[in-house]
Design a protein around this ligand. Structure first.
Ligand code: F6P
Length: 548
């Protein structure tokens, strides 16, 4: 059965009418009128706490949004995904990252075959391998212990493991440093190789397809660098691969025993839970990795079973739909008030924008509504001193997701209270704003002249009424990070289901790749293709400079 698209849903009209009322609301007044607003608009799941009360919505709005989710068949679509139906229709693939964190006793069928045993067989190999590296049983070619791991991968083969490895810094195993190289810009690899010792460095070549240009070039360069010191036979002590493409791995020269497989039903941006998580396993140890998987699994169980109105990923997704499709906000800022989540917004950019940055529905028809907003951000408090000016007083309204932990890992006095105070103050300031009357009164009290007050007041007033979510955890640990990432994965799923797009393909990245190949040939050879005058002009400048 086809689900209706957003604007054809019967409840869409009700939501549009309701919007006229909502546009008149002041968030501060909603709080004043309803002392129960905070408890009724907060949820707990997987060790996370979500406060969505600082959004411009009421209980009625949530009711209508849940009706929209029902009408868009969200529950059926969710069950189709968990069951292993081929919901990635353009690639004819199941979407089963959730199976990667399921316990051994579960059963998930793909083409009639239970995939859980093979998932756990790979996990077992990851455990054995990481233990050998940590204990020093696995040695480099000259007999020394491995001290550095370089993960070479890009997109989903980089962003998730890189972000999680940084986020779980406090769980790192001493004596082993994990580096990440993604960019085809040689400066990225060079910066790591400059400090690396070939005798004690292990390279992980992580690529689902094992054809991605950046990764293949970086891997070839790393191989050449290694062969300045070691021999071809030594490569097997220093190169392992993670891929679904065994033939290409073999062709590259990495033996089968050094390959950790995964499967076509794992999307790149959803792959950190698979062998793509190997750099994370090496950084934090296998036991902590299992806690990370368990955190995600707890969120999966919640997503599968909780009623829509109290289901955290569903509510996070629906609040986003309200902000995007009804209130018309075009971006979402991610503000983790945790330094260790420095790469969280980079990771979310791929997760949400590669998944839902689509303009046609699953049936190929153009959407008649906006899909994924722009996702961006940086850690607090740094962002406050960069772009929060625009969030408070700019002409765009940009909803913010504040994310923080109640407990720090460090023991420095005062810092954490200051961090939390800033986090809570920002969401309060965005919502409450500061009226012209209040600005005037403050300036009068400070003794400013009447003429100056008139000049200053409009500059210093804040409109307020700007929405945000706050996500709290007790402490940033493997299981809370796992739950947080799964929360956003499922939020992405919910929104994709409402927009009726295929959240699991990424054709939009193909054209640029193709054109880059043509231009690379032109830069290196004598043949020139036809381009617009700008592109041809730029190519000519580069050719002249590369020849020198
Ligand atoms: O940028 C497109 C993309 O296909 C992503 O979806 C993927 O995560 C990334 O490239 C890397 O792909 P691979 O793991 O196959 O090298």
């Amino acid at each position: 059965m086809n689900s209706p698209n957003l604007v054809n849903a019967a409840v869409f009209k009700k939501l549009t009418n309701h919007l006229q009322e909502a546009k008149k609301w002041s968030l501060s007044e909603l709080f004043e009128k309803d002392p129960g607003r905070f408890p009724s608009m907060t949820l707990t799941a997987g060790g996370l706490f979500l406060d969505y009360s600082k959004n411009c919505l009421s209980g009625k709005t949530v009711e209508l949004l849940v009706e929209l989710a029902e009408e868009c068949r969200l529950e059926q679509k969710r069950d189709d995904m968990f069951r292993g139906d081929k919901i990635n229709t353009t690639e004819h693939r199941a979407v089963l990252h959730t199976a990667l964190r399921a316990p051994r006793y579960e059963k998930v069928l793909v083409d009639g075959k239970n995939i859980i045993p093979e998932i756990h067989a790979v996990l077992d190999r990851m455990r054995e391998f990481s233990e050998k590296i940590h204990s020093g049983e696995w040695k480099g070619f000259s007999g020394k212990k491995i001290t550095d791991v370089v993960n070479i991968g890009i997109g989903g083969s980089d962003l998730g493991p890189r972000m999680a490895t940084q986020a779980l810094r406090h769980f790192h195993i001493k004596g082993l440093t994990v580096h990440f190289v993604a960019n085809v810009d040689g400066h990225d690899l060079e910066a790591v190789l400059d400090k690396a010792d070939p005798e004690t460095t292990l390279f992980i070549v992580a690529s689902k397809t094992f054809t991605t240009l950046e990764t293949m070039l970086n891997a070839q360069s790393a191989r050449s660098w290694f062969l300045n010191s070691g021999t071809i036979r030594d490569l097997s002590r220093h190169f392992v691969a993670i891929s679904t493409n065994a033939a290409a791995v073999r062709k590259f020269g990495i033996p089968e025993d050094n390959m950790f497989p995964f499967w076509d039903w794992v999307g790149g941006r959803y792959s950190v839970w698979s062998a793509i998580g190997l750099p994370l396993v090496l950084a934090i140890g296998y036991n902590h990795f299992t806690e990370f998987l368990a955190g995600a699994y707890a969120m999966d169980v919640h997503f599968k079973n909780a009623p829509l109105a109290s289901n955290m990923p569903v509510i996070l997704g629906l609040v986003g739909i309200w902000n995007r499709n009804f209130l018309g906000y075009s971006s979402v800022s991610i503000a983790p008030y945790l330094q260790d989540l420095i790469s969280f917004s980079n990771y979310l950019q791929q997760l949400e924008m590669e998944s839902n940055g689509k303009q046609v529905r699953k049936n190929g028809e153009a959407v008649e509504y906006r899909t994924c907003p722009v996702i961006w951000g940086n850690v607090g408090t740094n962002g406050q001193h960069a772009y929060f000016q625009l969030l408070h007083q700019g002409t765009e309204i940009i909803p913010v997701d504040f994310i923080t932990a109640l407990q720090p890992h460090h023991t420095l006095p005062k810092h954490h209270a200051a961090l939390l105070a800033n986090c809570f103050a920002q969401s309060e300031a965005l919502m409450v704003g500061k009226s012209a009357e209040k600005v005037r009164a403050d300036l009068e009290a400070a003794g400013m002249s009447t003429a100056e007050i008139e000049v200053q007041t409009p500059q210093r007033m804040f409109p307020g009424n700007r929405p945000s979510n706050t996500i709290l955890m007790n402490v940033l640990r493997p299981e809370t990070l796992g739950a947080l990432m799964a929360l956003y994965e499922h939020k992405t799923f919910v929104q994709g289901a409402i927009w009726n797009v295929n959240s699991f393909d990424q054709w939009g990245v193909e054209l640029g790749k193709l054109l880059a190949k043509t231009i690379e040939n032109e830069l290196e050879g004598d043949e020139l293709a036809h381009h617009d005058s700008s592109t041809s002009g730029l190519i000519a400048l580069a050719k002249a400079s590369l020849k020198k």
